[in-house]
Design a protein around this ligand. Structure first.
Ligand code: COA
Length: 233
């Protein structure tokens, strides 16, 4: 059975992880299906994409049964293929949101971090368990956690493996908003529709400018703003 489902709501596409019996653990099949979903006309033509794991859980992270037995070169090859699904999510030109209930752990948190906005329910439970497993977040989670929270906070999360609830996540800026239990998908859709009502190219170009600004100098950033303005105007 498929583990990723796509639903179109007006101009918004909702991508759902559907492997509840395994807490939406991200298997290779799910990586493939996520990459497949991102490449569909439904997603490509949508003005906004919402990622969700359903009512009870976002995702308990990488499927722990997957990586065992991989040789280093196989892992590198994997990351050049569908193992880079989180980068493909981050590279989507339109805005993306995550609607998060329950576990948002390890790779699940990495997927959420690859989206532009995170809407959490009070049940949300954020953590990076990787180092205790002898590994580290490697779907861009360490990179994004440092960018978003700063190195010291990222170390609390990743090295000390601090567990963060929805309110703490809000205080840290890890999530955009905390809504009532059960309301995250609805709220994410509301924000998605708000974004969808705005000029599409302005939203898309501005998202990409903002995404590269942390890597640019002041001068390069200003140039980029002006060139993007010229193009849009
Ligand atoms: N990979 C593969 N299977 C997973 C999984 C994962 N990351 N997380 C949960 N599952 C499976 C469990 O094996 C179990 O399957 P089973 O019913 O066939 O035995 C099912 O999902 C339910 O999980 P369970 O552990 O019974 O739920 P829980 O509520 O007691 O605990 C967690 C939830 C998230 C605390 C616990 O499942 C866990 O620690 N998971 C691993 C988290 C992790 O380290 N992720 C990897 C980051 S790289």
């Amino acid at each position: 059975p498929e583990v990723v489902e796509i639903e179109v709501r007006d101009s918004v596409c909702v991508v759902s992880l559907r492997r509840p019996a395994k807490l939406n653990a991200i298997s290779e099949q799910m990586e493939h299906e996520l990459c497949g979903a991102i490449a569909t006309p439904e997603v490509r033509e949508s003005s906004c994409v919402v990622f969700t794991g359903g009512a009870d859980v976002f995702s308990a992270g990488a499927d722990l049964t997957v990586t065992r037995g991989y040789a280093p070169e196989e892992i590198i090859a994997h990351y050049r293929g569908t193992g880079d699904f989180a980068e493909r999510v981050a590279a989507l030109p339109q805005p993306t949101l995550s609607a998060i209930a329950g576990y948002c752990i390890g790779g699940g948190l990495e997927l959420a971090l690859a989206t532009d906005f995170r809407i959490a329910e009070p049940s949300a439970d954020f953590r990076f368990p990787e180092v205790a497993l002898g590994i580290l977040p490697s779907w861009g989670g360490a990179v994004r956690a440092v960018r978003l929270l700063g190195a010291a906070k990222a170390k609390e999360l990743i090295l000390l493996r601090e567990r963060i609830d929805a309110e703490q996540a809000l205080a840290l800026g890890l999530v955009t908003e905390v809504v009532q239990e059960g309301r995250a998908p609805e709220r994410a859709l509301e924000l998605a529709l708000r974004l969808a009502s705005l000029p599409r190219h302005a939203i898309s170009v501005t998202k990409r400018v903002i995404d590269v600004l942390p890597e640019s100098s002041h001068a390069a950033g200003l140039e980029l703003e002006r060139i993007a303005y010229g193009m849009l105007a």
